[in-house]
Design a protein around this ligand. Structure first.
Ligand code: ATP
Ligand code: MG
Length: 428
């Protein structure tokens, strides 16, 4: 039979590696609570037009990265979400989330993009994102950036830098666009295929080009920042003032344009040199026109998304805390007929907060005491709970310390588990 394997670019996360993901998620949950962001969970599948309208037709994602399919039963065009902002805004509109004011939300979960798999770039990957919906002021842009900065600090990342830019407003971008097209038309012979294709559909994205032969041309291109009016500049300055007051270093990068069409004013990325070409760990910005673009009442919004794999790669490099699981007790059982009593005892212990691993797997013929003790030792548990024939007859259990040579074993009655459960608890 053909061997069944995971889909290329979609990875299994196995223990013990999964502990690092759980660790990061727990850090994020606690962080979000401190900034008053609440969890939102939207479907992994959305209707395809949501992304086409939300992200824009001339974007990498919509042009070539989406997993699209038809619902087999009714032919609906559906897509595995390539990012979550469009879905969050769709949900906010559908449930009228902003009726009583702004909402701060965060999500965690898998995204899907048909990319060429390589280190730090997968076809299914987890993102964690924060979205502040219904707030227009630069202080919310700042809050989001400070929150990300706090996360880096919390998980020990030191090698991430903040890059900032402002995309201004539609009118400003239009004027810049004219200048940009003129500049590129003037040097048409230097444009690569991608750039030629985008010249009239999305020239801003040419600035994002990674083609080394186009770097000089791109460097010399007119800068959007020079086309911003007083209001856009004031928004940008208010943001940078807050960042400076908080000691957050940043670099203004006029070439930072981001992959989605929905951004305006503030855009930013946290980048690192430690992950090769996949150097962006977190990216975001303001998207004040997405609500309208999706057919809703206009509402300002700003958010970011981080790539869990890349953030964890950096966190690993900086050194993770010890995440190995702790186990209080390992249950040694010698007689299958005792299992009902043993399992109800373990149930009571776990209800009291004790972690217990039960020896299992041999069916009616229980494995020897000796091999069970070997397992108990290897499990790392601090105690073995021995349910031997004598113990079962007497409705008792022997608690044997496995790590502390000086401690003596004790016998307890199964009737009053609650009384001795606490003696098993790991010192946290
Ligand atoms: P890139 O320029 O690297 O393709 P992007 O602009 O497509 O990034 P976003 O859509 O802004 O990235 O996603 C935010 C973050 O999600 C990225 O900074 C990155 O950390 C992560 N990310 C994006 N695509 C992938 C992927 N295919 N595999 C793993 N992580 C990813
Ligand atoms: Mg991409």
């Amino acid at each position: 039979m053909e061997k069944l394997t995971a889909v290329k670019g979609m990875n299994d996360v196995l223990p013990p590696d999964s502990a690092a993901v759980e660790w990061l998620e727990a850090k994020v949950r606690a962080l979000m609570a401190r900034y008053a962001y609440r969890n939102i969970r939207t479907p992994i599948v959305e209707r395809t037009p949501l992304f086409i309208r939300g992200l824009g037709e001339v974007t990498d994602i919509v042009e070539k990265e989406m997993y699209c399919f038809e619902d087999r039963l009714n032919g609906d065009p559906l897509t595995l979400r390539p990012e979550a902002t469009a879905g969050v805004v769709r949900a906010a509109l559908e449930h009228n989330l902003l009726y009583e004011g702004g909402k701060r939300l965060y999500y965690m979960g898998p995204m899907f993009r048909h990319e060429r798999p390589q280190k730090g770039r997968y076809r299914q990957f987890d993102q964690i994102g924060a979205e502040a919906l219904g707030f227009a002021g630069p202080e919310v842009d700042a809050e989001l950036i400070l929150m990300a900065q706090a996360l880096w600090q919390e998980i020990g990342l030191t090698d991430v830098r903040l890059e900032l830019n402002s995309l201004g407003q539609a009118q400003e971008r239009l004027e810049h666009r004219r200048a940009l097209i003129a500049h590129f038309e003037h040097h048409a012979e230097q444009l690569d295929e991608d750039a030629k294709r985008r010249l009239y559909s999305n020239p801003l994205r040419i600035l994002d080009s990674k083609n080394p032969h186009m770097q000089a041309l791109v460097e010399a291109a007119p800068k959007l920042l020079d086309f911003l009016g007083a209001e856009s500049l004031a928004h940008f300055k208010a943001l940078t003032d807050i960042l400076e007051a908080n000691g957050v270093a940043y670099r203004v990068n006029p070439r930072l344009v981001r992959g989605m069409d929905y951004y305006n004013l503030t855009v930013f990325e946290f980048v690192t040199d430690r992950l090769g070409a996949q150097g962006t760990v977190c990216a975001g910005g303001r998207y004040d026109y997405l609500f309208e673009q999706l057919g809703g009442k206009p509402a300002p919004a700003v958010g970011w998304a981080l790539g869990v794999d890349r953030v964890l790669a950096l966190a690993r490099g900086a050194g993770l805390p010890d995440l190995s699981p702790t186990l209080d007790a390992y249950a040694v059982v010698t007689d299958a007929s005792a299992l009902p009593l043993v399992l109800s005892t373990l149930q009571a212990l776990r209800a009291a907060g004790i972690s217990v691993q039960m020896h299992a797997g041999a069916g009616a013929a229980m494995s020897s005491m000796k091999s069970q003790f070997k397992r108990a030792d290897a499990s790392g548990a601090r105690f073995a709970l021995i349910f031997g024939p004598d113990e079962i007859l007497a409705h008792q259990v022997t608690v044997k310390p496995l790590r502390d040579a000086d401690a003596s074993q004790q016998v307890h009655s199964l009737a009053d588990v609650a009384d001795w459960a606490a003696t098993l608890q790991s010192a946290a």
